[in-house]
Write a protein of this length. Structure first.
Length: 149
């Protein structure tokens, strides 16, 4: 019985499984050109988190185009016509080009709903916190997208 467990353990440990986040080769994300369109805060957070770099000297590198947007919409109103519930949405359109040809394209979208707060300062702080959380989730999805395929 012990030999069976040892053999089973040996095969399970050598199957080659690695978590995606363990092998973050983020320093290898160099592009010939990085085009940013849309929300500057989202774009800067993506660039800084992924450590994307421009390298104008290489001939075989790709061009990346990041287009982002952020929106807060009213979902429901009370009897007085005042907003009660909001939906916050972050969208990022990521395109990777090889000279003129589109190689990869994906739209990342995250959204959440939240209730109105009577204190306007707390409401604005909550919106900032939610925006950062949504951007972080989009960045995680971008990492998975860039490390696969």
């Amino acid at each position: 019985m012990k030999t069976f467990l040892i053999i089973l353990l040996f095969f399970m440990s050598s199957c080659g499984f690695q978590p995606i986040y363990l092998n973050k080769n983020l320093n290898n994300f160099e592009f010939l050109k990085i085009d940013l369109i849309g929300d500057d805060f989202i774009n800067n957070k993506i660039i800084n988190s992924l450590l994307l770099k421009e390298n104008n000297n290489a001939n075989n590198l790709f061009t990346i185009n990041i287009s982002s947007s952020y929106a807060v919409r009213e979902i429901s109103k009370n009897q007085k016509g005042q907003a009660e519930t909001y939906r916050s949405t972050v969208m990022v359109d990521l395109k990777i080009f090889d000279k003129e040809n589109l190689i990869k394209n994906k739209i990342f979208s995250e959204e959440t709903t939240f209730n109105k707060n009577d204190n306007k300062f707390d409401l604005s702080q909550n919106q900032i916190k939610i925006k950062n959380q949504l951007i972080d989730r989009v960045i995680e999805n971008i990492i998975i997208f860039l490390n696969t395929e």
